[in-house]
Design a protein around this ligand. Structure first.
Ligand code: ATP
Length: 741
């Protein structure tokens, strides 16, 4: 057999699956590689990594390496891409792709999962389209025989989008974009502090040549005064517009500052100005808007001490945030599933996410639509450029406009329809009424007695303050309160007003949504905590940690953290804990430690939700594991407690708070002018706003209470994340793992 002879195909439907990272690096790419490798192995396939992007494919040999389970250990928390990436000119040429095809056949690989940007995915699809021709040419040129290529007649391609810019169409998020946004927000928060101290203005340039996602989301998250993005350039006289907006914010407070007479446009309160500019910022004539021009305007026209900060490559760096770890893991697992389900005629898919749902979209269409955005910008068709981005993007853009100082007369209700909206930003229980009473006269109830008594006082207060709509932000108790108010409408007409609850709790246990504000911040805090624990263990003795997570009776926090850090086991209240489970997991730990070598050595983490078991507490489990380790490793318990509330809100929580807040108020406004009875008769007048699958929805409370709520356990009846538990187990190699694919 010649050295170039491919190995025989694997039995049945089992395949040799290669994974590659290509184009610009993005945090989370390693998580995607890990998930593809482990999921492939779990399905009985062989996994290969192509090093250095398409360069590795063209060069072949050792650049295409089989990956074993342990080779991807520790990948989840690492930034950049461990298997490397490169821009490869030769793959753009047919001769390069011919070499790549030969190298793949030699290794017996006929499925390629590519994590990269639109360029990388275009190349991948072209490769697939040409594959039969390339294989024939290899036979014609006698580089391979007809028998050798026979089993590899079709190539399967699956794309995953790894890009910090979030510039791909047909997906809400690309792997890496939220980590990058996190870096940007962190930097702008730091800049804020110094800007405020010196009353300075800052012009911050962020990445995004044709895509303003990072700039816009950073603008929303950090409360920037002005944002410039390529898809929707500021109007012809943007210079004046920008100065007006910035001046307005400052003038509002001008009169109250001691320096008012000497320092024009300097006000009390807003002591800083931040303008965020996308790298590709242009005006409506496609003329680049450089940061220096903005700086000069702010300096000369508004007399602000202005500095420019270009964030540059810091935006690419570092450990991925929880969302990117979760996204890359779920997409990697889905990509393997797509390979195994593909037939020769299935169009190449790209794995996307829409709101909260992992979906497959046609790769070619997604690439085409992405490239259309740049073309639309080039043609000055900005309305089309905006419409080609997903619907979420336009919504965010509008939400930003509404929540900044720019006046939006077209968005205002006519005076006769304007409403008095009550806003509550806390968990509301009837006992809270006493606290409200002491807060500057907003006396809503004073009784600790029966809820009905308090309801009466509450109803009276709603009437007294002429509340015409209610917007509550809170957790399960807030949900219960809205439910009680809705039911009390039968007796108190002052509750016949539209009400919306925006779920906000780290536990993410409110029915009617798959996402609650604050839960992303909590996940980020927990992965940081766990990363530190693991790191501390790797530099000293072998150590396992049993980490206790919050979440009440919902295992969401534990499970998603488990997915994001690669926990060895996750214990949830839904599943409970039993002795057999512990026995198997202790065996698993022993084996796992036995395999650890040198560099790969790191602490192992088991996550236990605070209510997973009354008997097997965190300390008890840690004690049992430590005892059974028989000196081979230590086991400690760790309780992060309030650390899980997070230090600063994550960008995702910030932007979603803005978007959902604006949407909620707009929903309440739709009831303006309706009679009390009309409102009470409409099920949409009391709703939960939330993400369900691929949609953001208002769900009628009445229905959610009845069909979707497990009142006893204070959690939704159908928890969407429960199916993800199997993936956590499969990817950690846990013995009692669920079947996934
Ligand atoms: P980013 O969004 O970070 O720029 P990208 O995937 O778009 O990522 P590119 O540099 O455009 O980055 O593409 C990466 C690699 O993909 C190229 O170096 C090249 O090897 C391959 N590639 C890109 N476009 C094509 C194409 N049209 N045909 C064949 N290969 C291509």
């Amino acid at each position: 057999m010649s050295p170039d002879a491919p190995p025989p195909p694997l039995e049945g439907k089992k395949r040799r699956i290669a994974v590659m990272t290509s184009g610009g690096d993005a945090p989370g790419m390693n998580g995607a590689v890990r998930a593809v490798v482990r999921m492939s192995i779990a399905q009985g396939c062989e996994a290969y990594a192509v090093y250095e992007g398409y360069e590795g494919l063209v060069q072949g040999g050792d650049m295409i390496r089989e990956m074993k389970w342990d080779d991807v250990r520790g990948f989840l928390s690492r930034g950049g891409t461990v298997i490397g990436t490169a821009r490869c000119m030769s793959f753009k040429e047919r001769w390069g792709r011919l070499k790549a095809a030969k190298n793949m056949v030699i290794k017996g690989i006929d499925a390629l999962i590519v994590c990269g940007g639109d360029g990388s995915l275009t190349g991948a699809d072209l490769f697939r389209a040409e594959w039969p021709g390339l294989v024939d040419e290899l036979v014609e040129k006698k580089e391979l025989t007809a028998e050798q290529v026979e089993p590899f007649k079709h190539l399967n391609i699956v794309g995953m989008v790894g890009s910090i810019d979030n510039d791909m169409a047909m997906t809400d998020a690309t792997i890496g974009c939220y980590s990058s946004l996190d870096r940007i927000c962190e930097s702008v928060d730091w800049i804020d502090a110094t800007a405020e101290s010196h009353q300075r203005a800052f012009v911050v340039e962020v990445m995004g040549r044709h895509c303003g996602w990072l700039a816009l989301m950073a603008g929303i998250s950090c409360g920037a005064d002005f944002v410039i993005i390529p898809e929707n350039p500021p109007s012809g006289n943007w210079e004046e517009e920008m100065c007006k907006v910035i001046k307005k914010v400052r003038v509002l407070t001008l009169l109250m500052t001691p320096q008012a007479n000497t320092l024009k446009h300097r006000g009390l309160g807003k002591r800083k100005t931040v303008v965020i500019v996308a790298e590709g910022a242009i005006d409506t004539n496609l003329k680049k808007i450089p940061c220096t021009v903005i700086k000069d305007l702010l300096t000369n026209k508004l007399h602000l001490d202005t500095r420019i900060t270009t964030l540059g490559h810091t935006q690419r760096g570092g450990s991925p945030c929880a969302y990117d770890r979760m996204l890359s893991t779920l997409q990697g697992a889905e990509a393997v599933k797509a390979v195994l389900e593909a037939t020769p005629s299935t169009p190449s898919p790209v794995i996307s996410i829409v709101e909260n749902k992992i979906v497959r979209e046609p790769l070619l269409e997604a690439v085409k639509q992405t490239q259309e955005v740049a073309k639309a910008i080039e043609a000055k068709d900005f309305a089309r450029a905006m419409s080609l981005r997903n619907a979420e993007f336009t919504e965010y853009f509008n939400a930003y406009k509404i929540t900044t100082a720019t006046s939006q007369p077209e968005l205002m209700l006519p005076p006769e329809k304007r409403m008095r909206i009550g806003i509550m930003l806390r968990d509301v229980s009837w006992l809270d009424a006493e606290a409200w009473a002491s807060e500057g006269g907003s006396e809503i109830g004073t009784n600790r007695g029966l809820p009905s008594e308090d309801i009466e006082t509450t109803a009276m207060c709603f009437g007294k303050y002429k509340i015409q709509g209610l917007f509550i932000v809170g957790g399960f108790e807030a949900f219960r309160s809205v439910s009680e108010l809705r039911k009390a409408r039968a007796y108190y007409s002052s509750f016949k007003i539209p009400m919306v609850i925006l779920p906000a709790t780290v536990s993410n246990n409110v029915p009617g949504t798959e996402y609650s504000l604050g839960s992303d911040t909590c996940l980020n805090a927990l992965i940081e905590y766990c990363d530190v624990l693991r790191q501390s263990a790797s530099s000293s003795r072998r150590c396992a940690f049993v980490v206790e997570t919050q979440g009440g009776a919902s295992g969401y926090v534990a499970t998603i953290t488990g997915l994001s850090i690669g926990a060895l086991a996750v214990y949830t209240p839904e599943e409970g804990i039993n002795i057999k489970m512990l026995d198997r997991d202790i065996d698993h730990l022993r084996e796992s430690f036995a395999k650890d070598r040198g560099q790969n050595r790191a602490g192992k983490i088991i996550l236990r939700n605070e209510k997973a078991s009354k008997i097997y507490t965190t300390e008890v489990i840690a004690g049992m594991i430590g005892e059974e380790a028989r000196g081979r490793f230590e086991c400690k318990s760790a309780i992060p407690g309030h650390f899980q509330q997070g230090n600063r809100p994550s960008p995702m929580d910030r932007i979603r708070a803005t978007r959902f807040g604006v949407k909620s108020l707009q929903h309440l406004e739709t009831f303006a002018g309706m009679s009390k009875n009309e409102i009470a008769d409409d099920p949409m007048s009391t709703t939960v706003i939330g993400v369900i699958g691929a949609k953001v929805r208002f769900s009628p409370m009445e229905e959610v209470e009845r069909k979707g709520t497990d009142w006893g356990n204070r959690r939704p009846k159908d928890e969407f994340w429960r199916e993800l538990k199997g993936i956590v187990d499969t990817l950690s190699g846990r013995r009692n793992s669920h079947a996934v694919v």
